[in-house]
Design a protein around this ligand. Sequence first.
Ligand SMILES: [Fe+2]
Length: 288
Amino acid sequence: MNISSALPTTETKGQFTFERLHLSEAELHPIRMDLYHSKGSGFHIFRQFVPPALVEHMRSVWPKAELPPGFQVLPASDAYYPGCPNYYVRYPDNSLIFFNFLHAPPLDETTQEVSVAVHMLRNRLSGRNAFQDLAGRHALSYRVTLNRNFEEWIAPHRDFMDWDRRWEKGQFDPSRLQATLFLSDSGTDYSGNGFFFQTNDGRDITLGKQVPIRSGDLLIWRYGNLHSVENVKCNDDQFGFMRIIFPVHDLVDKPPRPPSIRTRALARVKHLIGRGRSVLGGLKRRFA
Ligand SMILES: [Fe+2]
């Protein structure tokens, strides 16, 4: 027996026991039907998974952190290795991504605790051991993202559906689930579309439009269904579309070779041009 096994039920009313902390099969079953059955939607929303006070806390911590202690600017897309630092990317429109690994000290313990809970829930729903892929060679990196003005952040795609690479890193695995913890409200914090998802029976939905979703809600969804993040817009007074997703990365053995001087110089020039455009854009909006 392990943590993923069904436990024999006993009467534990009012007691603080292991069984009370365990996610029971009886509770998981109807949610799995939502997620996996051809007549199910392919997603499930845990309403107010995180209470408003914690949402407010996370919204206050992340966007103000310019380059938090222990973070480095993401040098390349394959820079994930055991012991790597947390990473950070800022875009010219002030969109942000923070990549967090459990082997690195957390910037915010609340975000980390919530993220581990979400990962364990997602693991159990997909029939995995609750602690699988928390750290090691195949590890969770919870990713705090704030979008401000992006036409096409992530184009429509399906993850883990590459049959030709089925023996390689488990690239074909329709059981995989992703989670999105919403920390913004459509209409108030941002306009445009945001998160698009195609249901198991082929219906196109946008969260925050056809399907209501609020900050604090947790969406668990099938990775293999078509999804995208598109057409996010916000003005200077709006907070943006903030959320946390929970990718599991294959970590490489050691840090990748540092980029050449030419590559670094080009990246620096690109960064400066981006900053310049961002400042000019801000001035234009202010005086328009
Ligand atoms: Fe994806």
